[in-house]
Design a protein around this ligand. Structure first.
Ligand code: ADP
Ligand code: ZN
Ligand code: ZN
Length: 729
């Protein structure tokens, strides 16, 4: 009798595993790492077989029910990575393995994913009286690899037509035809590198030859040729017989981006993104595992791609918050990449025009990363003019509208000249803050320096420490009565625009208008090609800034991101504004950027105006040091959620009581406990959300403390779920 040791995907003890009997019928199927279904306290759950051994207790041992996947995308390296994730993110081993292997795909689905291909055109006989069938075949020829229903829909015929063609053998299941292999692509046509690019490629090539893992930060403004450096570093990696993974934020994974890699590396490129069906994803991963694909291009989760001999991981726009996974295990792609490369003795290359503070500080002399810089744009085009508009002054002069007079004039000029404009709302949450329109003062927490958030009961609350006050009637700084809540949405901007320019055609792009899959791209295409003159949207329109007809970008209020209740709000603001300022006006006509704000002297706005990362970095580091926020400390956020608010607060308080003494001071030296306080979004889908933060200088120390409370808590809180976020973003 064989006994398997299984890690289940449940929030059990972090490294806890369970033994199961392997029934006779599953021998051969149940092997190391296979994904299985097992009974677990009255339920059926998924897990992974780690190995085979005899358990200390043979009584009451249950049987494995089923093997779901004999060979999921796991191997010894990825198993080691899972073990590291358990320590780093305090998740269970089963959850870590589940996250790495991805969702299970049945063998059948995988087969189907190969899709339909048409027979040679010469063999299409007897179709004269079947125009629908001919039509479907023509589509299948032009777009091989579609599934049955997709092909029917694309060709505008019924599924029965496709079935008929399958029966006749004129359509069959098969592989998509392969594009050319990359070795054959013409090296002659690669651009000659600039001096800065050459230096970067040279350093990276040496690093790849070195058997010691290393990490590099490539700091270069938009258009400075970072992608070209990536392409060369990949070519070097492949020529050494190793593989490369390129990670981009989901939003940058556009067809143009994919084409750029395919035109260099042909069929060696595998693309992993969220729009793929389960079957398609499986097929791409299979190509990676069997070595057909050696360059993996994808969003966050592609960091787990099952390459056999990893040499290089590139993270483009490494500062983007989409690299943080928001569900358990709440990993950061950058950290996982560093760990994977350390195991594989490879190289990590982080690229950005506005690196995360954490990354840039690690790339300072003596730090663990090495810095590479591209200081100039390849095309020598100048960056657009950026104008900052003081909204306090507008108000003092009697303009209460959300549009300043200079912005209105600039919009009018664009409409006259038939050029396009973008109105940008740089926000990602919904927090409402309180600002004095007279002096620009914003209500902040006296303990945490975080902007206070206005709640419906008229109280201001700090999301870090729980501090609360009534919203004031007069400004505490200047005594003006013009202090009030601030929040503006895309709908409001559109209404105001219509008032100013009746009949002006505009497109609105936000979470409401883009909730359907693909509508994001559709709206952008519509703006590019259609008659609309103004695009109004939140952060998701950043890509639209590349449209050449756009000659004006107006940031409606920089304050929206500046006063998010988050210690990173200044950094986010700098990143967003720099991105806007760097991308606008890429066409022939020089672009203009206008930033409206109540705080025109704020360093994150003035440095973005001058494209000056280094000054921003220096200033922000002193602020972080003074307030002891990362990178000068580490944070762990414990989130409590549940239907009953008293239970949720009770669980938070129980945790706090384990961590502080009677005087409210932390039981551990150098560690601060903040909260419990309502989370940034205090309620989602009827579930209340409260959080507790643990702050300390040594990451390992606060992880250990969290782990010990987690173990004490066990299954104490049945009605409250507890989730742990190490280094929240
Ligand atoms: P980034 O990734 O930093 O935004 P890219 O690599 O996309 O920059 O380069 C910007 C543009 O310059 C692209 O059109 C690219 O093809 C071109 N380019 C990059 N490097 C060179 C070079 N050495 N010589 C000529 N053109 C280049
Ligand atoms: Zn004031
Ligand atoms: Zn506070």
């Amino acid at each position: 009798m064989a006994y398997a040791e299984v890690a289940v995907s449940l929030p059990v003890g972090l490294e806890q595993t369970f033994h199961y009997r392997v029934p006779e019928s599953l021998t051969g199927e149940a092997v190391q790492y296979s994904r299985v279904e097992v009974p677990f306290s009255g339920r059926t759950v998924q897990g992974f077989i780690l190995g085979f051994s005899t358990p200390p207790q043979l009584k009451h041992l249950k049987e494995i029910k089923r093997v779901l996947e004999k060979e999921p995308f796991l191997n010894h390296h990825l198993y080691e990575l899972a073990q590291w994730m358990v320590q780093r993110y305090l998740c269970s081993l089963g959850d870590a393995l589940q996250c790495i292997a991805g969702s299970p795909v049945g063998q059948q689905k995988a087969e189907r994913s190969r899709g339909l291909v048409a027979a040679e055109e010469g063999s299409w006989v007897g179709l004269a009286r079947a125009p629908k069938q001919k039509q479907a075949l023509e589509v299948a020829l032009a777009r091989p690899g579609l599934r049955k229903s997709q092909l029917a829909k694309t060709a505008g015929v019924s599924v029965a037509v496709i079935e008929a063609l399958l029966a006749k053998g004129l359509l069959r299941e098969g592989q998509r035809p392969e594009p050319v292999a990359w070795e054959r692509l013409d090296r002659e046509s690669w651009p000659e590198l600039t001096a800065e690019q050459s230096l970067a490629v040279h350093e990276l090539t040496e690093a790849l030859q070195n058997p010691v893992p290393s990490a590099w930060l490539l700091h270069g403004v938009t258009g400075s040729g970072k992608t070209e450096v990536y392409l060369r570093a990949i070519a070097e990696t492949l020529s050494m017989g190793r593989q490369a993974i390129v990670l981009v934020p989901e939003i940058s994974l556009t067809p143009q981006m994919v084409e750029r890699f395919q035109s260099r590396f042909g069929s060696a490129v595998a693309v992993l993104h969220s729009a793929l069906s389960q079957g398609e994803k499986y097929a791409e991963k299979a190509r990676i595992r069997n070595g057909q694909a050696t360059v993996v291009l994808g969003a966050r989760s592609a960091v787990f791609a099952p390459v056999a001999n990893l040499g290089l991981i590139i993270i483009d726009e490494e500062h983007e918050s989409s690299y943080k996974q928001e569900e358990t295990p709440k990993y950061h792609t950058r950290e996982v990449a560093l760990q994977r490369v350390a195991l594989a003795k490879g190289v990590v290359l982080l690229g950005s025009a506005t690196p995360a503070l954490e990354s840039y500080c690690r790339a300072r002399p003596g730090g663990p990363y090495r810095l590479l810089t591209l200081s100039r744009r390849v095309d020598r085009k100048t960056l657009p003019q950026v104008q900052i508009i003081d909204l306090k002054k507008e108000m003092a002069e009697g303009n209460f509208s959300i549009f300043s007079r200079p912005l209105v004039r600039a919009l009018a000029r664009r409409l006259e000249r038939n050029e396009k404009s973008i109105l940008f709302l740089n926000r990602r949450g919904f927090a409402t803050f309180v600002v004095c329109r007279h002096c620009g003062q914003v209500m902040r927490c006296p303990h945490c320096e975080i902007s206070l958030t206005l709640h419906s009961n008229g109280r201001l609350r700090c999301h870090y420490c729980g501090f609360g006050v009534r919203s004031p009637g007069v400004c505490p700084a200047c005594g003006s009565k013009t202090i009030r809540s601030f929040g503006v949405g895309t709908q409001r901007v559109e209404e105001e625009l219509q008032k100013l320019f009746p009949g002006c055609e505009s497109i609105r792009m936000d979470a409401d208008t883009t909730s359907r899959k693909g509508s994001h791209k559709k709206l952008l295409d519509q703006f590019r090609q259609g008659g609309a003159k103004v695009l109004i949207g939140t952060q998701m329109i950043a890509k639209g800034l590349d449209i050449p007809q756009v000659t004006l970008v107006g940031v409606v209020s920089a304050d929206l991101s500046l006063h998010m209740p988050d210690f990173r709000s200044a950094e986010r603001t700098f990143q967003l504004l720099t991105q806007v300022a760097g991308r606008a006006g890429r066409g022939e006509i020089a672009g203009e950027v206008m930033i409206q704000t109540y705080d025109p002297e704020h360093y994150s706005i003035t440095t973005a105006q001058n494209h000056d990362f280094l000054t921003f970095y220096a200033k922000e580091m002193t602020v972080r040091q003074a307030l002891r926020y990362p990178p000068y400390s580490h944070l762990i956020r414990i989130l409590f959620t549940g239907l009953n608010e008293a239970d949720v607060i009770g669980a938070g308080q129980w945790w706090r009581d384990r961590l502080v003494n009677e005087n409210g001071a932390a039981n551990y030296q150098g560690i601060e406990i903040l909260g419990p306080a309502p989370a940034g979004i205090p309620k989602i889908k009827d579930r209340y959300r409260w959080q507790l933060m643990i702050k300390g200088s040594v990451s390992k120390e606060i992880r250990q403390i969290t782990r010990s409370v987690l173990e004490q808590a066990g299954i104490r809180f049945k009605q409250v779920s507890v989730s742990i976020d190490v280094d929240p973003v």
